[in-house]
Design a protein around this ligand. Sequence first.
Ligand code: AMP
Length: 254
Amino acid sequence: MMEILCDIPTWQETRAEDRAKGLSLGLVPTMGALHQGHLSLVQQANSENDTCLVSLFVNPTQFDQDNDFEQYPQQIEKDLELLKSVGVRYVLLPDQEMMYPDQYRYKVREDSQSTILCGSHRPGHFDGVLTVVLKLLNLAQAEKAYFGEKDYQQLQLVRGMAEAFFIPTEIVGCPLVREEDGLAMSSRNLNLTESERQKAPLFYQILKESASVDEAKKNLSTQGFDVDYVEEHWGRRLGAVRLGQVRLIDNVEL
Ligand code: AMP
């Protein structure tokens, strides 16, 4: 039976009862508009723990532009159906008031790795991400929490935060899931027009096949992508581009 929790105290009571029974928990934080990438995290969480909590919360503090937040895809009924179909035990559906009783006066800031790549193009983005992830980790009291390598920089920063703040939850990185044509699965893909969707797989191909960062940038521009960055860190080549109104990110192992 899947249980949908819309308030924090009820969740905390539920977790305390499960803990008393010795049940381990895997947490999967998401912003909804779920796809197979999210579900792969959920399946891993389900297989490695007694129970699983998926949070669906479009976190306003990680959006640097209001229209990006407003246009972020939402399909809550479909998400709940998908979660039910993969056997999720708990879904947390908080609202902004619940997650930010402090009105975002308190926040987590990292000063080095958050300033490069997406951090340099989206001011405040990682402050919002790290803050909401810390809140969710504290709320969930999970043994493990699952994050995708799709958001590689985010994964590095969450791991670093967990270590820096002695968070007892193990941070588990999960492989990036792609569409058959190579495009990294993303909720934002729903906002691509048909012709943009057809062009989008070239992002991955060029990132993967170009001999250098400069060549990748040149090839992406030639194909009509507006390049935010292509850089190499952590043994990976990471890129972010804009295609029309949609910002895409991806990364490949070097
Ligand atoms: P989001 O809903 O975009 O915040 O993503 C929630 C979690 O799912 C994050 O840990 C993402 O890294 C992960 N995720 C999103 N897309 C993919 C994907 N294509 N493959 C693997 N993990 C993903």
